[in-house]
Design a protein around this ligand. Structure first.
Ligand code: NAP
Length: 309
């Protein structure tokens, strides 16, 4: 069995050494833009070049080094029937739950006020929060959204969840499909986006939707930058309808230095770190699936390319 590693890491051995340890029966190759075809059976990729699929004609499946496969599905020449396998959690959902909780508490516990008071040497106690004032709405109830929703529900926040299909999640009021998006938004103050980027979800965080949130809304975007219409967020903040936003993903990354978001005190910016890829957990999952697939067993995480996730 031949496995081809295709990611722009200048030190590919950081990946290929553990891949070989986890999958000793495989021959491991690193993509060489100028090299010949290696006739790989499987490719492990992150944002691969289009030439990969022109050159490697024996691929039985391609494994993405991330949960979001919008970048991979956009690669021209991706053969329509080649199974595309996404990462399933692999240690990301717990990080995402932590990140969202942190951003929520910044708002709900008024932590900025206490930091300001400390700078001035002021000891002043503000009223305790009423959890009922901070209903949360999680968009997407997949591996990541479910974990986020469950974590916040366990802390007795009121949690709504929205997905394409019906879900039954303890402690979470769920809504399904576009028809129920308005009800979901209207009962949400803290909107957390964990959706995949698809034709249906692109630009979903737009003015029409943001203005349906409860007043004093908080937007936490950990999905993809292209979910958010950036000018619409600024407009909703200027309207004082959205009070603050925590953004981990952007249309252009790195966020350009002259981008207006940098100047807005209402916006917290992090450089796409809400859930980092954990190398060992990731490779353990991928190599386990490669072995299973090679042995003719079924595997989970195969993307439905027609729906885009
Ligand atoms: P997942 O397991 O595939 O879950 C996707 C969820 O979104 C599902 O609940 C799905 O609904 C829902 N959904 C998809 N299209 C929808 C639509 N049109 N309307 C309503 N709901 C829709 O994905 P995941 O593993 O949770 O990952 C989600 C995304 O997080 C990734 O695609 C990636 O973009 C992002 N991500 C970001 C980072 C970061 O560092 N910022 C890290 C990892 C992942 P159903 O349940 O009904 O199918």
């Amino acid at each position: 069995m031949k496995v081809l590693f295709v990611a722009g890491d200048p030190k590919p051995e950081r990946w290929t050494v553990p891949i070989k340890e986890l999958l000793p029966e495989a021959e491991i190759h690193v993509w060489d833009a100028n090299g010949p075809a290696v006739n790989a059976d499987y490719a492990i990729v992150w944002q691969p070049p289009a030439e990969l699929f022109e050159r490697e004609k024996s691929l039985k499946a391609v494994f993405n080094l991330g949960a979001g496969i919008d970048g991979l599905l956009a690669v021209p020449n991706l053969p329509p029937h080649l199974p595309v396998v996404r990462l399933e959690d692999a240690g990301m959902s717990v990080q995402m739950a932590e990140y969202v909780l942190h951003q929520l508490l910044e708002a709900s516990r008024g932590m900025e006020t206490y930091r300001e008071q400390q700078r001035e040497g002021i000891w002043k106690i503000h009223r305790p929060i009423k959890r009922s004032d901070w209903p949360i709405g999680v968009m997407g109830l997949g591996h990541i959204g479910k974990r986020v929703a469950r974590t916040l529900a366990d802390l007795d926040y009121r949690v709504n969840g929205w997905a394409r299909s019906e879900h039954d999640l303890e402690g979470v009021t769920t809504f399904a499909g576009a028809d129920h998006l308005p009800n979901f938004l209207q009962s949400t103050r803290v909107l957390v986006n964990t959706l995949p980027l698809t034709d249906e979800t692109r630009d979903i965080l737009n003015y029409t939707h943001l203005s349906q949130l409860m007043p004093g809304a908080v937007v936490i975007n950990v999905g993809r930058g292209e979910h958010l219409v950036e000018d619409d967020l600024l407009r909703a903040i200027d309207d004082h309808h959205v009070a603050r936003a925590s953004l981990d993903v952007f249309r252009q990354e790195p966020l350009p230095s002259d981008h207006p978001f940098w100047q807005r005190p209402e916006i917290t910016i992090t450089p796409h770190i809400s859930a980092r890829t954990l190398r060992h957990a990731t490779l353990e999952q991928i190599t386990g699936k490669i072995r299973a697939h090679h042995n003719g067993q079924s595997i989970t995480g195969i993307v439905d390319t027609s729906r885009g996730y």
